[in-house]
Ligand binder design. Structure first.
Ligand SMILES: [Zn+2]
Length: 271
């Protein structure tokens, strides 16, 4: 579990894994929500964790015109795979806005390409919900009462970190990034400065990372350094490696806390 406002519904990178006691932190790919006390729903990334969230929504009475805001960090499958199975997408009562830093037509076309054709039986744009698309410019934008800004990350085909701010609190989600050779990503460190929460890419251990240079992911060591330098409140290690069992992640957490004591591992909500 994260803090009261930020919740994790999927914390695994690359591919979902089967649920077992070995997967104590979760088994679904990346999806988080921010709750602000309003009726607006803010979702960051649409990995398979989104399916659980959609099922939860369907278990509750569905309000007319529910407004859902989905911010996508990029389009790799582990960040969009929940979308075709997100039940509100098929509800005529749902209004869903998709946000990216990219051109709105590009966002729509990319989602349509992966959810349609011979990949899926219903075309993305033929689903019953009302869909909107919005490009987030550089700098801060207002999204339904919260401030949103983004920072480009070092990841194949590009990805961004989002910084969300609401009533003096701030959350940065940087789940897919590879640190530069020299170690510190100064632009991202500046972007995270003073955030209450930093969610950081801890896909590889420092021992395994040298074999994975160029894959676009980072380590807990870089996460703890960034958390220290940016003076963040709590660091959550996320984009967990699907091949790492719970015990290995526990060990990672133990080592990370020796450097930055306010570290935790992103853990999926239990419903
Ligand atoms: Zn990813």
């Amino acid at each position: 579990m994260a803090d009261n406002a930020l919740k994790f519904w999927g914390v695994v990178g690359s591919s979902p894994v089967s649920c077992s006691k070995d997967r104590k932190y979760g088994s679904h790919t990346i999806c988080s929500t921010l709750e602000t006390g309003s009726d607006e729903i803010f979702i960051i990334d649409a990995g398979t964790g989104l399916i659980r969230l959609g099922n939860l929504f369907c278990a509750l009475p569905e309000p007319e015109g529910r407004r859902i805001h989905i911010l996508l960090t990029h389009f790799h499958l582990d960040h969009v795979l929940g979308l075709p199975f997100f039940k509100p997408l098929f509800s005529p009562k749902a209004q869903i806005t998709f946000y990216t830093p990219w051109d709105t037509q590009e966002t729509q076309n990319t989602l349509q390409a992966f959810m349609g054709g011979r990949y899926f039986p219903i075309d993305f744009m033929d689903t019953a919900s009302t869909k909107y698309f919005r490009q987030l410019p550089e700098g801060a934008s207002e999204v339904a009462g919260i401030q949103v800004s983004w920072c480009p990350l070092n990841h194949p085909q590009g990805s961004v970190a989002y910084r969300l701010e609401h009533q003096g609190q701030s959350w940065v989600l940087a789940t897919d990034t590879e640190h530069p050779k020299k170690g510190e990503d100064e632009r991202l460190t500046a972007f995270c400065q003073g955030a209450d929460v930093l969610v950081y890419d801890a896909m590889f251990t420092p021992e395994e990372y040298p074999e994975k240079i160029g894959w676009g992911h980072s380590t807990w060591v870089q996460g703890t350094r960034m958390a220290e330098q940016a003076d963040v409140g709590t660091l959550y290690l996320s984009h967990l490696n699907p091949d790492y069992p719970g015990a290995k992640l526990d060990e990672m957490l133990h080592l990370a806390r020796e450097v930055f004591p306010r570290t935790d591992i992103a853990c999926e909500e239990i419903i």
